[in-house]
Each structure stands twice: as structure tokens, then as C-alpha cells.
Design a protein around this ligand. Structure first.
Ligand code: HEM
Length: 512
């Protein structure tokens, strides 16, 4: 009797602990439930890794995680993994991140076709850390994106952003920057903080009509927060897509981002209140004023122009415009420090075209082809948007002859486009001459698109180009920069934004 009971209990526990797979292969356990469970499990796993017919080729992922393990468990960097896949699968390849289908674009033909196609202009819904209903421009799509993008374009035009009329305000900020540098003459300093602050002042003047002193603590907190959030949000974004539950965990990574973003919102909310209190409809000072006036149209009933969207839109301009431009300037200075012959050519060109009696103007650009080439070469080799912001397919479509199902993420791989696709000779070398013709004129290349192309092309390109040119030439006009003794800065970029590793510069004033 006891033995019978023992056998029974053994069977029960044993049975319950068997996994589905064992049940399927062990004929003793075959029954209709196990077959159904097995088939459903198999179909789910297959759906998680299989790709639709006529998809681009690409690496197989594992169920649930897709290609993530390649990045976590490989000793190679993300850039190197992408490069290996490019050589193996070609200019457009397909993989999965979790259950999401991802197509990576590497060559200009794919970029052009994808980003010119209205079906590929969506964005991934990112609500994992924000807790507010706004959408802004960078991460919105559909009507909210179209209308707000159009609105910003219109007001950038009205304020003369990127045009010669706007140059004086950038030049004034360049003067504040060079004054601050003068105080550091003879010292070995890291320029990151000063450049970051100067760049931020330009976009904040346009967006909310004020600049901040270089030692303003509230701004430092926000800039630090921005830097850290951009760095850590890529991983959190992937996690929140794979495991949506992580959005609601009150501790850990996504919670930290949420807290940091709250600091940003608090900073922006304060500016909104100040603007509301001082709004004068006959004197529109900045994008925030213009937005407040837009909100009043249709008796204040617009479903797009509201408080939350204003904070997101202005926050987008500030966020997208600060880090990218700062890092580009830091790359240019680093490349010039590491290539003294290029630095000497920049200085000689400035001396020849501008001289010592005036400061460089944006209109000098066409006569400064070598400097233009240095800027382009630094945008290429620095590639601060290593992989750009993913676009999402809003319906089933085709690309380069392949089927692209709705919901696919299109990932523009700018690093590939600017280095290893065989179009750039010795791509790892800093060589401004590749942007010059035989007689030294600057040449534009149609496959060089650091600000992307198509309908979502960077809204701040003109502004960024003007800032980079003015900040660089004014600094070079007034100072000689060199590597301090005992230092050997690295040109290996780090992190998601591919920023240069922190380096110091020795500053000496140029004699007049
Ligand atoms: C060197 C500096 C910069 C670089 C390399 C850069 C690059 C880019 C890239 C690659 C994109 C993605 C476009 C796409 O999704 O296809 C983008 C989008 C964007 N950028 Fe920039 N950017 C820079 C500076 C700026 C500045 C100064 C602003 C501020 C006005 C700005 C505002 C934006 C906005 C709002 C978007 C989103 C556009 C949209 O989704 O419709 N960027 N940028």
C-alpha cells in the first residue's frame, strides 16, 4: 500500500516537473494537451526568430532576445559587430531586437530610398521614462510631428536662424567663450564644459530667450543630466522594448533616467511659467513665446499645441542641439591637436583670408575651403551619430527590392556609410584633403550626410554649421592650442554618442 502511494506521489511530482519538451518526446506522456502546448510554443518561438519572406539577409537571433546576446556576450564593440555583419550580409541587413524586426542601412542608396519614403518616417513610442503626455519632434510621428516640425522651421526662418542676420548672436557667444579661455591662458584645461555651455547658450537663446553664465549651477545640473541620460537611455530603451515591465520598476536604470528627466522638466517648466507671465504678443522673443501664441489659436483647443508638447518640443531643440554640436567641436579640436600639419594649414588659411585686423565671418566660408574640409572630415571621422535615430515603417513596404513589414525599425548606420563601405580611402585616417579637389576647392560628396536626409533630416543643420564655423574660427584666430606636456589624447571614441575621451589643451594667446 505504502509503496503504491509512494509510486503515485513520485509520478505526480515527477510529472509536474517535466518540461514541455520532455513530455513531447516521451511517448508515455503524449496526449492532446501536450501536443497543443508543444505546437503553440514552437510557433511562438518560430515567430520570434523567423523573418518574413523576401527579407534582407542577416544574422539569426535567439528567441525573445533577438541579436542582443551578440552585443552582451561578445568582446567586440557594437561598431565592430555591425562592421562584421556588413561584410557578411551586405549593404542592407535584417536582424531582430527582441520581437522587433530591425533593418540596418549602410550605403547611401538605402538611406536615400528609405528616408525619402513617407512610409518610413515613424518613430518608436518612447514612454518608458517620461511620465508626461507630450511628444515633441524627435520621437513623435504623424500629425504631431509634421505640425510641430513645420512650426519650428517657420520660426527658425522668422528668427533668421542659420542666416547671416543670426551670426552676430553666435559671435557674441564666441566672444564670451574666448574671454573665458583667455583667463585660462598658459594652463592645461579640458574645454568640454566651456564649449558645452557656449553651444547650449545659442540654442537656449533661440528656444527660450536667455543665456547662462559659465558657472551657473542650475544649467550645469541640466547639462550633466542630459549627457548621462543620452548615454544610458539606449540600453534602457532596449530593455523597455524587450521587457515593458521594467518601465514600472521603482528602482534601477529606468527609474534613474525618470528622475533625471524630471530635473529637465522642472527646469523647462520654470521657463514656461516665466514666459507665460511675461508674454507680449507684439514682441515674440523666442520659440517658447511663439508656441504660447500658437496655443491660443482655435480658442486654445488645439490637440497638438499644448503645454506638454511645448515642453517636449523646446526640450528636443535644447537636447538634440547641445550634445551633438559640442561633441563635434571637441572632435575637431582633438583632430587638429593630433595633426599639427592640419592645424598649421588652418592657421595659414585664416591668416591669408581674414588677417589679424578682423574676426572671421560666416561669409568667409567660401574662401576657407581647407577649414570647411577640416569640419567635414571631423564630422565624418568623429561621427557623433554613429547610428542615427531609428525610423519605423508605418505600413508594409519595400526597400531595395526587399519586403519590409509594418513596425520594422530602420537603423541608419552612419559609421558604416562614412568609413568601411569601400568609398573612403584609408577611412581611419584624418585627411581633410579628401574633401578638396585638385586645385584646393571644397567638394561636397553626395554620400556624406552627417545630418541625415529626407523628411526627418536634422532641423538644426544650418544652426549647427554656423555655430561650428564661428566657434572654431574665432577660437583659432585668438589662440594657439597644443597638447600639454606628458599628455597623449586618444582618438578612440567612447559611448553611445561616440564622444572623444576627455583631454586637456594648453592655451596660448596669438600675437596680433
Ligand atoms: C553637429 C551637430 C548635429 C548633428 C550631427 C545632428 C544630426 C542629426 C541627425 C543624424 C538626426 C536624425 C535625422 C533622422 O532621423 O533621419 C537629427 C535630428 C534632429 N536634430 Fe540634429 N544634429 C545636430 C545639431 C542639431 C541642432 C543644433 C539642433 C537644434 C536646433 C538639432 C535638432 C534636431 C531635431 C529637432 C531633430 C529631429 C528631426 C525629426 O525627427 O524630424 N540638431 N540630427
Amino acid at each position: 500500500m505504502d509503496t503504491e502511494r509512494e509510486t503515485d506521489s513520485y509520478k505526480k511530482t515527477h510529472h509536474s516537473s517535466l518540461n514541455v519538451f520532455a513530455m513531447m518526446i516521451w511517448p508515455e506522456y503524449f496526449n492532446i494537451t501536450t501536443i497543443v502546448v508543444g505546437v503553440v510554443t514552437f510557433c511562438l518561438l518560430a515567430a520570434l526568430i523567423l523573418r518574413p519572406k523576401n527579407s534582407p539577409p542577416g544574422p539569426w537571433g535567439v528567441p525573445i532576445f533577438g541579436c542582443i546576446p551578440y552585443f552582451i556576450f561578445s568582446r567586440r564593440t557594437g561598431r565592430k559587430i555591425f562592421e562584421d555583419w556588413y561584410h557578411r550580409y551586405g549593404p542592407i541587413y535584417n536582424t531582430k531586437v527582441g520581437a522587433i524586426n530591425v533593418v540596418v542601412l549602410n550605403e547611401i542608396e538605402g538611406f536615400k530610398e528609405a528616408f525619402g519614403n513617407p512610409e518610413f518616417q515613424g518613430r518608436l513610442p518612447v514612454d518608458f521614462m517620461l511620465g508626461r503626455a507630450g511628444e515633441g519632434i524627435v520621437m513623435s510621428d504623424g500629425r504631431a510631428w509634421q505640425e510641430q516640425r513645420k512650426f519650428v522651421h517657420q520660426h527658425f526662418r522668422d528668427f533668421g536662424v542659420g542666416k547671416s542676420s543670426f551670426e552676430d548672436s553666435i559671435a557674441a557667444e564666441a566672444e564670451a567663450l574666448t574671454d573665458a579661455l583667455l583667463k585660462l591662458e598658459g594652463q592645461s584645461v579640458c574645454l568640454e564644459h566651456l564649449i558645452n555651455n557656449a553651444v547650449c547658450n545659442v540654442i537656449s537663446s533661440v528656444s527660450f530667450g536667455r543665456r547662462f553664465d559659465y558657472d551657473d549651477k542650475s544649467l550645469q545640473t541640466v547639462l550633466e543630466m542630459l549627457k548621462e541620460t543620452v548615454e544610458s537611455s539606449a540600453l534602457q530603451l532596449v530593455l523597455s522594448v524587450l521587457f515593458p515591465i521594467t518601465k514600472y520598476i521603482p528602482f534601477g536604470g529606468s527609474n534613474q533616467i525618470r528622475q533625471k528627466v524630471q530635473i529637465y522638466f522642472k527646469f523647462l517648466d520654470k521657463l514656461v511659467s516665466e514666459h507665460k507671465a511675461k508674454l507680449d504678443e507684439t514682441n515674440i522673443r523666442d520659440v517658447m513665446d511663439a508656441y504660447l501664441i500658437e496655443m491660443k489659436k482655435d480658442n486654445g483647443n488645439s490637440d497638438i499645441f499644448n503645454d506638454d508638447n511645448m515642453v517636449f518640443t523646446v526640450g528636443d531643440l535644447f537636447g538634440a542641439g547641445t550634445e551633438t554640436t559640442t561633441l563635434t567641436l571637441l572632435w575637431i579640436i582633438l583632430f587638429l591637436l593630433k595633426n599639427p600639419e592640419a592645424e598649421a594649414k588652418v592657421r595659414a588659411e585664416l591668416g591669408r583670408v581674414v588677417g589679424r585686423n578682423r574676426l572671421p565671418r560666416y561669409s568667409d566660408r567660401s574662401n576657407l575651403p581647407y577649414i570647411e574640409a577640416v569640419i567635414s572630415e571631423s564630422l565624418r571621422l568623429g561621427t557623433v551619430s554613429s547610428v542615427g535615430i531609428p525610423h519605423v515603417a508605418s505600413s508594409n513596404s519595400t526597400l531595395q527590392g526587399y519586403f519590409i513589414p509594418k513596425g520594422t525599425l530602420l537603423l541608419p548606420n552612419f559609421h558604416a556609410l562614412f568609413t568601411y563601405t569601400g568609398k573612403w580611402e584609408e577611412p581611419e585616417e584624418f585627411r581633410p584633403e579628401r574633401f578638396l579637389d585638385k586645385v584646393g576647392n571644397f567638394v561636397r560628396r553626395e554620400d556624406f550626410i552627417p545630418f541625415s536626409i529626407g523628411r526627418r533630416q536634422c532641423i538644426g543643420e544650418q544652426l549647427a554649421r554656423m555655430e561650428i564655423f564661428i566657434f572654431l574660427t574665432h577660437t583659432m584666430h585668438k589662440f594657439a592650442l597644443s597638447v600639454p606636456e606628458g599628455h597623449d589624447p586618444s582618438v578612440e571614441g567612447v559611448g553611445f554618442t561616440h564622444k572623444p575621451q576627455s583631454y586637456n589643451v594648453l592655451i596660448r594667446k596669438c600675437e596680433d
